[in-house]
Design a protein around this ligand. Structure first.
Ligand code: KG4
Ligand code: ZN
Length: 359
């Protein structure tokens, strides 16, 4: 029987646990989202995240084990996110994983959250290497070269905001709820991306860098709002989100006039184009045999469509939508190569808020 790993993820605002079989069969996956808690603050509040993880971790792992229908002796290891992420949030998952390891005698495997995202895209696939990986989430926008044996080299990263963060901040500026990415994704098809394309000129980055920069486009949206009288419109949307965290698409459309829809479409189109422009250029330079696009923003419909229509000679891999945002399946998936190498973590393992995957 192929080995099983219990994965635990608590780096940000999802408490997640999963049991995964080597080869990609998911026996169970439980994700307790804290959206309701953080939504009203327009972003993740670290102290509240730790408290919610503390509340959720035991029931989430218990439910995950019950759904998988396995007992502890059937597991090969316990994998946990070591970083990067919020220290207090990481600490909850890590401490619980260490306690479980101590109590069951199972080895502990430390996983980098970004490596987890990369593995979510290639669960059952064996991508041809070297691969170019674009990890694009709320906290990260990184380009990595992935080599044989899951070795990584950092090719580029954002110099300021992550792409998901830019989605979230733009949405917040316009009075939409949190997280902004899925809302903009849902509304952008009702706007015309050419209308305000001129607001989103590609930032010039000195040198031959493969880095991204998104903060200028957030400022462009701020200036766009300042040049118009949007107070009533923005207030109406804020009221909509305050009243009901989950506004329906119809309500959102009714509260979003055409120019704002056009702005959202133009912004999203600019972000997607820029993400893929630098990713394909980096892939070309390293002679990539495949491309992996992962992280929360990999849910974005326009990004998925544009990436799958790229005229490149290599395959492009995406995670399934439910494995794009934070989950524990990806943490268990990234742990299997480490299990094979017996790359186990000591019980002195500590959270590493700014852990790097590669230099
Ligand atoms: O990977 P993730 O769940 O957490 C981090 O590790 O950051 O990513 C969350 C980010 C948020 O910024 C959210 O707005 C963005 O992913 N996101 C999206 C979409 N779904 C989630 N951005 C654009 N379009 C989406 N459909
Ligand atoms: Zn993530």
């Amino acid at each position: 029987m192929p080995p099983l790993i219990l994965g635990i993820e608590t780096s940000c605002d999802e408490t997640a646990a999963a049991v995964l079989e080597q080869g990609g069969r998911i026996l169970s996956s439980v994700v307790a989202s804290q959206l309701e808690t953080h939504g009203k603050y327009g972003g993740v509040v670290p102290e509240l995240a730790s408290r919610e993880h503390l509340r959720a971790i035991v029931p989430v792992v218990r439910e995950c084990m019950a759904k998988a229908g396995v007992d502890w002796q059937q597991l090969a290891a316990i994998a946990v996110t070591e970083g990067p992420g919020l220290t207090g949030a990481l600490l909850v998952g890590l401490t619980y994983a260490k306690s479980l390891s101590m109590a069951t005698g199972l080895p502990l495997i430390a996983v980098n959250h970004l490596e987890g995202h990369i593995h979510a895209a290639v669960m059952e696939a064996a991508p041809a290497l070297p691969a170019l990986a674009l990890v694009v989430s709320g906290g990260h926008t990184h380009l990595f070269e992935v080599r044989e044996g899951w070795q990584y080299r950092l090719l580029g990263r954002t110099r300021d905001d992550a792409a998901g963060e830019a989605f979230d901040k733009v949405a917040k500026l316009l009075g939409f709820g949190y997280p902004g990415g899925p809302l903009i994704d849902a509304l952008a098809p009702y706007g015309h991306a050419h209308v305000f394309a001129g607001e989103f000129t590609v930032p010039r980055i000195k040198g031959a860098s493969q880095d991204y920069s998104f903060s200028g486009w957030k400022t462009a949206v701020l200036r766009w709002t300042e040049a118009r009288d949007l107070a009533a419109e923005t207030a109406a949307r804020k009221a909509l989100f305050a009243k009901r965290p989950r506004a329906t698409l119809e309500e959102l459309l009714a509260a979003t006039p055409q120019p704002t829809l056009d702005l959202l479409a133009s912004f999203q189109h600019a972000v997607v184009t820029e993400l893929l422009r630098r990713a394909t250029r980096a892939a070309e330079q390293m002679d990539a045999q495949s491309m992996i696009v992962s992280g929360g923003v990999a849910c974005n419909s326009e990004l998925r469509r544009a990436a799958s229509q790229l005229r490149v000679g290599y395959p492009v891999y995406f995670p399934e939508a439910k494995l794009s945002t934070d989950n524990a399946v990806m943490i268990a998936a990234a742990a299997f190569p480490k299990l094979a190498r017996r790359d186990f973590a000591p019980l002195t393992l500590r959270p590493q808020a700014s852990l790097q995957l590669a230099q």
